[in-house]
Design a protein around this ligand. Structure first.
Ligand SMILES: NC(=O)C1=CN([C@@H]2O[C@H](COP(=O)(O)OP(=O)(O)OC[C@H]3O[C@@H](n4cnc5c(N)ncnc54)[C@H](O)[C@@H]3O)[C@@H](O)[C@H]2O)[C@H](O)CC1
Ligand code: K
Length: 585
């Protein structure tokens, strides 16, 4: 590792130095979790979205780059065929013909982003259909009759939905590992057995309590599958006295929509144990209760009639919520069972939230509001040691970048670019890195944009890569120049034609009257170049490249003892070398 010359004066300014707005300000960006209070200092700030955010401050400063992931996901072209509404379903005897574009047909959200889908789901929550007990049973019969499903199939999908929803809310972590699944005698119990298997494969440690086993091959097969994974089966009478100590999550898969009357032994006692869990004020360490389809013991339509029933933290409704779900007041309501075909949707006029992307579950009610100051992720990562990193920060960046690509992160080349204008005012936006080599980071944009104006006044910029799923962040700071025109030209013509037209249409960062302005201009250009002829690159479009003077590799660790390794440039014997230092988290 190159060592510093002791007398050297660093070329960057410490983040703790105060800024001098008069000189060229250098932007610095880092990801923070919102932990401050905005207006009323006495009241906690409550927001409904938990988002890390980028804080930028400003202080008082060629070779052909490696193209990044050539097949990296591009923005969806609005005319992409797979985004069209699904074709009308074939008419089946006993079912009305599907109306194309009927308002209740769940359409795939345009983008697989959970946040977008969650917003859509929240908006739709008010009008989600709730089924009567009779309709629920009838739909079940139709799925397994004229619609060609088998019970095994539906149960598999239902159980997978439950496991997916559990994993989405109670992310696998030290606090959420041990799951007790209590299974009843019917299909609700079967869903629980399936969920146990998936949770095991997701990395959780499930245990199953299945006191009334159904002697049918479907159920004994599910039990055998769990036994082959060495998942413990705990008799009801052997369950630990204090469930809170032994389990982080309890899945209630005792009764579903066929429940009638009052629960009989041993389920009466099991339900009572879950009730006392929610009643006792040991809020310090109370397992989360997740009910499958119906909170067991609740009336399927009336809900928790006397108010003394289970109060689950989460409900995963299957196919569609049953009437009792209207009485569910817990923080997490999900829909599972992504198998409902249009004949059922149409016949019962079902309005259901769209499933995001390829997810097996969809949030019905919007995520609960949270006190932002309480949001805290306890990062678990391998240690990042000085002895493990590459001497050259570009090599280290490429190593981490390749790992982010391998991990399947969405747009790992997305980076926050922070620029600062002449007055020292910073601005940030996300851009896509399009190339990196041993000297520079390259991206393309509109030379009329705000970032371009800032850069023309002040060439200093900061890049920030945030790979949340890997608990990693990379900061890069340096100075920026335009890439040679031929390079921009070459890259422009490598882009999809739609993106080329989009670049011409957008006079970036200028005020426009409405979306139609863009659509109209796009349409005209599309027509103009419909013969496939070369689309000329507009002169106001091109690339920039940043030559770094500073890198920081951050890896989140437990108890906020994060790793921060900073690379800065030092002159050693007349040569510039990268010097690595550890910064306090
Ligand atoms: N189409 C779907 O939505 C699918 C849902 N699935 C799940 O199946 C259940 C409904 O299953 P079913 O077997 O009809 O009924 P239950 O599991 O609710 O339980 C019936 C079981 O319980 C006994 N029972 C009824 N009342 C009592 C009582 N008071 N005390 C004791 N025992 C009682 C009854 O005798 C039966 O043995 C649905 O909710 C979903 O979870 C499918 O897995 C997939 C398709
Ligand atoms: K249940």
């Amino acid at each position: 590792m190159p060592q510093p010359a002791a007398h050297h004066t660093p070329r960057y300014r410490s983040p703790y130095q105060t800024s001098s707005a008069a000189s060229r300000p250098e932007p610095q960006s880092r990801m923070l979790a919102v932990a401050s209070r905005t207006r009323d200092k006495s009241a906690p700030t409550i927001l409904s979205l938990a988002m890390p955010f980028l804080l930028t401050t400003a202080t008082g400063t060629a070779t052909s780059p490696r193209p990044l992931i050539p097949s990296s996901p591009r923005r969806q072209n609005p005319t992409t065929p797979h985004l069209r509404p699904p074709p009308p379903a074939r008419r089946l005897p006993g079912f009305p013909a599907a109306e194309p574009g009927a308002p209740f047909l769940p359409r795939p959200p345009r983008r697989g982003m959970a946040s977008l889908a969650a917003t859509a789901a929240a908006a739709a929550a008010a009008e989600v259909t709730h089924l009567t007990q009779r309709d629920a049973a009838e739909i079940d019969e139709q799925l397994m009759g004229p619609l060609g499903f088998s019970v095994d199939q539906l149960m598999e999908l239902a159980g997978l939905s439950v496991a997916a929803a559990v994993a989405e809310v109670y992310k696998l972590s030290e606090e959420h590992t041990r799951v007790l699944i209590i299974c009843g005698p019917g299909n609700n119990g079967g869903d629980g057995l399936v969920a146990a298997r998936h949770l095991y494969h997701f990395g959780y440690r499930p245990s199953v309590c299945y006191p009334k086993r159904t002697p049918k091959p479907l159920y004994s097969g599910l039990v055998t599958q769990l036994e082959s994974l060495s998942i413990p089966f705990i008799p009801a009478e052997d369950l630990p006295h204090d469930l809170s100590r032994e389990f982080d999550i309890i899945v209630d898969a005792m009764f579903g929509f066929s429940f009638h009357g009052t629960p009989r032994p041993p389920f009466d006692d099991l339900i009572q144990r879950l009730i006392s869990l929610s009643v006792i004020g040991n809020s310090d360490k109370k397992p989360a209760i997740v009910s499958v389809d119906i909170p067991s013991g609740w009336h399927v339509e009336e809900g928790d009639v006397d108010g003394g029933g289970i109060k689950p933290d989460m409900l995963v409704s299957l196919t569609a919520p049953k009437l009792c779900a209207k009485k569910f007041t817990g923080p997490h309501h999900f829909l599972g069972g992504r198998f409902v075909p249009p004949p059922i949707l149409n016949k019962y006029g079902l309005k259901l939230p769209p499933y995001p992307g390829t997810s097996m579950c969809a949030r019905i009610r919007k995520a609960p509001s949270v006190d932002i100051s309480s949001l805290r992720e306890n990062y678990i990562s391998p240690e990042l040691l000085e002895s493990q990193v590459m001497p050259d920060p570009f090599d280290q960046f490429l190593r981490w970048f390749d790992e982010a690509v391998t991990a399947g992160l969405r747009e790992p080349n997305a980076m926050a670019l922070t620029t600062v204008n002449r007055e020292g005012k910073p601005s940030s936006r996300m851009v896509l890195l399009k190339g990196v080599d041993k000297q520079t980071f390259v991206w393309y944009t509109n030379y009329g944009s705000r970032k371009a104006h800032d850069l023309s006044e002040n060439p200093n910029a900061a890049l920030l890569f945030y790979w949340n799923e890997m608990n990693r962040q990379v900061r890069v700071e340096g100075s920026v120049e335009k890439v040679p025109e031929e390079e921009s030209e070459k890259y422009f013509h490598s882009r999809p034609r739609g993106s080329q037209l989009g670049a011409i249409v957008s006079k970036q960062s200028t005020v426009i009257a409405g979306r139609e302005v863009l659509q109209q201009a796009y349409k005209e250009l599309e027509h103009k170049y419909s013969d496939g002829s070369l689309i000329p690159k507009p002169e106001y479009w091109g690339g920039y490249r940043l030559t770094p003077t500073l890198f920081e590799f951050w890896q989140g660790q437990q108890s906020r003892l994060h790793d921060r390794l900073q690379y800065s440039q030092r002159e050693v014997d007349g040569n510039t070398a990268w010097h690595i230092e550890r910064l306090s988290p």
